[in-house]
Structure formats: C-alpha cells, structure tokens
Design a protein around this ligand. Structure first.
Ligand code: SF4
Length: 662
C-alpha cells in the first residue's frame, strides 16, 4: 500500500498542499509551506467532487440534439480537421482558445503554445474576470503584474490594509497569517461595502459606499501628505510622478471624502495615520476593487498609497489575492491574449523570437488577441467561428450570461474539455473528458508565485485523460512542431527554459521541496521592473459606475463569495459535505430595507436588473442600506452588468437592481 500523495488544492489561489490517501481518498493538511498544517473546508472535502457519479466518461460528439460516444482518435482527428478548415476559410483569428486557471502550468503552457503556433493570440483565461485589472495597474506602476511578497512576510508587517477582500471566506488559510500578524502587533484595517467576517478581526472596519474606493484612498493620501507622514526618501529616490499625485489628492479632504464614501472624516484621518505610522505594511485586495469599471484605477490608487509610504520590498508588499488555484500560473504561462509567458508584451521582439526558436518556428503573431470578455461580440459579428474551452464555464461565469449562451449556439465549432457536462458543455459539438487534479501530476503556481508540484493519487476516471495528454495529441494532429511529449515533466522542463531564474532549477528540486518562487521570493527590493527602475505614481480620479441606481432600479446588486463554494459551483455543488455546510444560498439585504419591502428572513425574493431576473431566498445581514449581496456561485451572472474596465474585467460588483418578495 502506498503512502499519502502530496497534491495542490484544486480551489483557491492560496495554494494549500493536501495529503491524499490513495486508498480512502481522505484528505489531511500538509505540514510544510504554505499552509503549515491548516486547510479550509473546501480543501478538506476536495476529493468528493472527483468521486461524484456524473463525470463525463468518454469523448462525446454532437449528432443533432444528442451527444454520442466517439473514440479519442476520431474526436481529435475531426476537431483538428475542422479547426484547420476554419483557419483556411476565415484565418487563424477566427479561432479562440480558453485556458483554465484550474489546470496545471504545463497544460496552460501547451494550450497557449497551440494557439500561437496555430497563428493567433486569441488565448485567454478567467484571470480576465478577476485580477486582470490588477495586472494592468501593477504593470503600469511597478512594472510586474504579480504579488510582490510571500505570505510569510505578512507576519512581520506593522499594518495590513485589506481592501475589497474577504479572506475569512475566500482564502481562509490566509486568515491564519493575518491573525499571527495581529498577534505580533500589526494593526488590521479592512475596507469593504458590507460588514464581512474578516472585519470581525480588524482594528478598523470601514464600510464604504460601493464604487467610491478611489475617493477614500485619495483622502488617506491627502492626510498622509498634508501631515508629512510619507516616506520622503523613498518617494524621491525610487519613484516618479509624486507631484501629480500630490496635486490630484489636494481636493480629497477627509470632509469631502466623507460626503462621497460615507466614512466619517475623523475615521479617515485616524486610519491614514495608523497605516502610515506602522512603519511597514501590506495592501491586500480582491475583486471588491478589480470588478468595477474603475478596476484598474482602483488598484492604482491603493498602489499609490503603498508607494507613498515606501511599503515595498522588505517594508511592505502588494497582495492582489488570486481566486483560483492556478490563475497565477495560467497568466505566467502566457494564457493571456496580450502577453507572452512571464507577462512579456507581444511586442518584445527579442523575447518573442526566443520563444519562437524554442518552439521551432521563425516568429509568433504580434497582434493582441481577443479578451475572454470580448469573445461573444466577436461571434455575433461573425469574426469568431470556433472556440476550444479547457476547464472553464463561460455560460455561467460570464456577466449577462444569456448573451454568452446565444453566442455559444452560433459557433461552427465548440469543443469543451472538462470533468462534467457543464452548462457550457451542453452547447458543445465535442466534449472531451478530462482527468481531475488528483488523477494527474503537474505543477501549479499560487498567489505568492510559488510553483508547487502536485502528485498523481489515482488512475484517471473511466476514459478520461490528463489535459496535457489531450493537448499533445491535438497539437500533433494540427501538425504543429514539437508536440511529442511523452511525460508531463518534459513540458515542465520546456517552460523552465523560458524563464532565466528557472534555467538552473530542476524538476526533481521542484518535486522534493516546498516549491520554487518565480522569479524570486520578493520583488522590487532594490529596483522596480520598469524601464528606468523606478515606480510610477499614477494620479487617479473617481470614475464609474457604469449604471447608477434610479427610480426604476433603486438598489445596488453586488456579488460576493461564501466559504464553502467556489466559482460556478461545478465542483463544490457536487460535494455533499460542502452542501451541508452552506445550506441554501441567500441574497442578503439590509434589515430596514427588508422591513420597508415586507421581506423576512428566508422569504423567496426576485432580484431584477436590466438584464434579467433571479430568484433566491432572502437573508438579513450587516449590509448597508440600498445594497443586495448575492453569492456569485448560483447563477448571479444572469443579472450582472456587462460593463468592462480597461483590462476587460467586468463590473460584477455594481449593477442597478430592484427586489421584491414573491
Ligand atoms: Fe484550498 Fe484555499 Fe481552502 Fe487552502 S484556503 S484548502 S487552497 S480552498
């Protein structure tokens, strides 16, 4: 009997490692980094969905309204022939590939390689929906689109500012680090639109009106600059653009900000001083900042705040907290339509030619591809004819999803590679059964940029196959060079060659240790990743939202996460233990609003926006008047706003809505 296998948790971007017993499939926490013997309920019950009886067993092909089994060989041959035919007729950009933040680095690497060798940069992943706004803001300010420090640094900082982020529900094990920091004397400040579980552990909990974050951040900077609490040496020596920010925040007095944000001026002053005088600090943020039309600017505002205090490197860190277990890896592997691996722009000729050479071709396409959120209009225009989806579920995860479903129906070819017959798979011409996380091995990158090896625990279910094997066959059938991998390690070695800091590292080292940081543990310690080595302050003004409440739709609908569920629910809704923990989903409203509308706890309500309606039970909670907080996991995207920010991230956090008792 073999002992437990070490596996990366298939859920959030914190990247806990699990010890899974191959005999019983029971899970225990790994004692090493990063989770140090801790797991949340999702990790603990993570093998339950794998064992659920409704996995896709064998490749399926659409024949009329029915899906019929087909052999692997025939499925791959027919799919590749159709993709080549579409390229011949309409060009390579008529095809798009959707990668997954849940599959391994190797699998994301292969899919973007297929897309680019096929001739298109139409390759994207769901980072677009969550933290692409962070990537854009980080690239423009500090030059690298990723978290700057490891989690362990949190324990030594003097203050932690948690903005639009609720780790107690979304990354429960991060809370352990935050609580240890608190025990070590750190002041914890939480900014959110509702009283979250995380706020219960904070020294300051600021409830801000939805969509007014920039005003609050600018007001904090106003106080810090006016009281000369900023780090003059750091600002002068390591940044540019400070005078523009100083000018821009002048009008954002705490009294002015109070009128807009609802946060009392005295509290703004006290919190700004507390954060500035802590001497070191982290800014952690989540989708409460990014999923707005002002998402890029929101993130820039909190980065400005950190730069002002020199909270970078040894004295602080920027923590855009990632949602899915390999969203950081998918982005680093180049599964984004505007970046090559390592977030290198497509226009960087030297790197592009280097990648091309490793792949055995002269050059790669240079035009930015379609963002995930732009695919649907491209289908409507007739520009996009085929979509190949690995492990994503856009028919539920995209905003205003009825439009997405209409677009999916119009495709000449839709291929879905997944574990389950997802909502998206129901529109597919071919469904290819993929193996689950514990049925294959490979590497994953967590939010702190730690690459970790995940071992195979058990045999693939039925006729399913690891995604990398399917993609290797597809690449070969498409006639692309170099698709002759016989082990996942060969792909790991190939992507290691792309990154200078990994060139000297080995797969064995990755398998045997606590992971490898890419490119290193801490970024920007001496110089920033910008052309001149300095960080750029970028002054930002409050913008958005896209639609405001009015007489017809007087409420604001925002989407939130709950601890026991995950994204579109395809995994967690198949876990009996997690279903028991969560109970029925609730749309949470303010008690006074509920009383005015005659709604009581547990009543069925209908929530309507200009896109459509959803029904759910009502819950009473600590949300501010006028707000409806709806769990994201239960088809909320039928009603969310289709507005996008500069990075293509949708405004999931703000839609004008109305609510009535049924
Ligand atoms: Fe998995 Fe995240 Fe929970 Fe850790 S905190 S067990 S990575 S879901």
């Amino acid at each position: 009997m073999s002992g437990p296998k070490t596996v990366v948790c298939p859920f959030c971007g914190f990247g806990c490692r699990l010890l899974v017993d191959p005999e019983t499939m029971k899970v225990k926490p790994h004692r090493g980094e990063p989770n140090r013997g801790k797991l949340c309920p999702k990790g603990l019950h993570s093998t339950e969905f794998v064992l659920s009886g409704d996995r896709v067993k064998r490749p399926l092909k659409r024949e009329g309204s029915r899906m019929r089994p087909v052999s692997w060989g025939r499925a791959i041959d027919e799919i590749s022939a159709k993709l080549l035919e579409i390229r011949e007729l309409y060009g390579a950009d008529a095809v798009a590939f959707l990668a997954s933040s849940k599959v391994s680095n190797e699998e994301n690497y292969l899919l973007q390689k297929i897309a680019r060798l096929f001739g298109t940069n139409n390759i994207d992943n769901c980072a677009r929906l969550c933290h692409e706004a962070s990537v854009h803001a980080l690239k423009m300010t500090v030059g690298a689109g990723a978290q700057t420090n490891p989690y362990a640094d949190l324990e030594g900082f003097g203050a932690i500012l948690i903005w639009g982020y609720n780790p107690a529900e979304t990354h429960p094990v991060v809370m352990d680090y935050i609580l240890r920091a608190r025990k070590n004397g750190a002041r914890i400040i939480v900014v959110d639109v509702r009283k979250t579980r995380t706020m219960a552990f904070a020294d300051y909990g600021l409830i801000v009106r939805p969509g007014t974050d920039i005003t609050l951040a600018n007001a904090m900077m106003n106080v810090i600059i006016r009281e000369e609490l900023h780090d003059e040496d750091f600002v002068r020596g390591r940044t540019t653009g400070f005078s523009e920010v100083r000018m821009a925040v002048r009008k954002y007095t705490p009294e002015y900000a109070e009128k807009i944000t609802g946060v009392p001026a005295g509290v703004i002053r006290e919190v700004a001083r507390t954060f500035a005088l802590a001497g070191s600090g982290a800014v952690m943020w989540g989708m409460g900042l990014t999923q707005h039309v002002s998402g890029v600017e929101n993130v820039m505002a909190v980065i400005d705040l950190a730069l002002l205090l020199g909270y970078i490197g040894e004295r602080g860190g920027l923590y855009p907290m990632r949602g899915q277990n390999n969203v950081q890896g998918a982005a680093y592997m180049g599964a984004l339509s505007e970046f090559l691996p390592g977030y290198v722009p497509l226009t960087d000729e030297r790197f592009r030619k280097r990648v091309a050479k490793i792949w055995g071709v002269e050059d790669l396409p240079t035009e930015r591809g379609l963002y995930l959120t732009e695919l649907w209009e491209a289908v409507e225009r007739g520009d996009l004819r085929a979509l190949y989806v690995v492990g994503e579920n856009p028919a539920v995860s995209e905003p205003n999803f009825m439009e997405v479903r209409r677009a999916l129906r119009k495709l000449d070819l839709l291929v879905v590679q997944d574990l389950f017959m997802t909502r998206t798979a129901r529109y597919a011409h071919y469904v290819l059964p993929a193996s689950a996380f514990c049925e294959k091995s490979g590497s994953y990158m967590n939010s702190e940029r730690r690459i970790q090896w995940s071992q195979r625990v058990c045999e693939p279910y039925a006729d399913s196959r690891p995604d990398w094997e399917i993609l290797t066959d597809l690449g070969r059938a498409l006639g692309l060079p170099g698709f002759n991998y016989s082990s996942v390690e060969e792909i790991t070695e190939e992507y290691f060659r792309l990154f200078p800091s990994l060139e000297e590292r080995s797969v064995e080292e990755l398998k045997n240790g606590d992971g490898i940081f890419l490119p290193r543990k801490r970024l920007h310690t001496w110089e920033f990743a910008t052309p001149d080595g300095k960080a750029r302050f970028i002054a930002v003004e409050q913008v958005g939202p896209w639609e405001r409440p009015d007489g017809e739709y007087p409420f604001i609908l925002t989407t939130v996460r709950v601890i026991s569920h995950y994204n579109t629910g395809e995994m967690t809704l198949r876990s009996p233990s997690l279903l028991r923990l969560m109970g029925e989903p609730r749309a949470v409203i303010n008690r006074d609003d509920a009383e005015k509308l005659g709604i009581r706890e547990g009543d069925w309500v209908e929530i309507e926006t200009r896109r459509g309606r959803i029904r759910m039970r009502a819950g009473m909670g600590d949300v501010q008047p006028g707000l409806i907080a709806v769990p994201f996991h239960f088809k909320a995207n039928r009603v969310t706003s289709p507005a996008l920010n500069k990075a293509g991230t949708p405004e999931f956090k703000f839609a004008a809505a109305r609510i009535r008792k049924l």
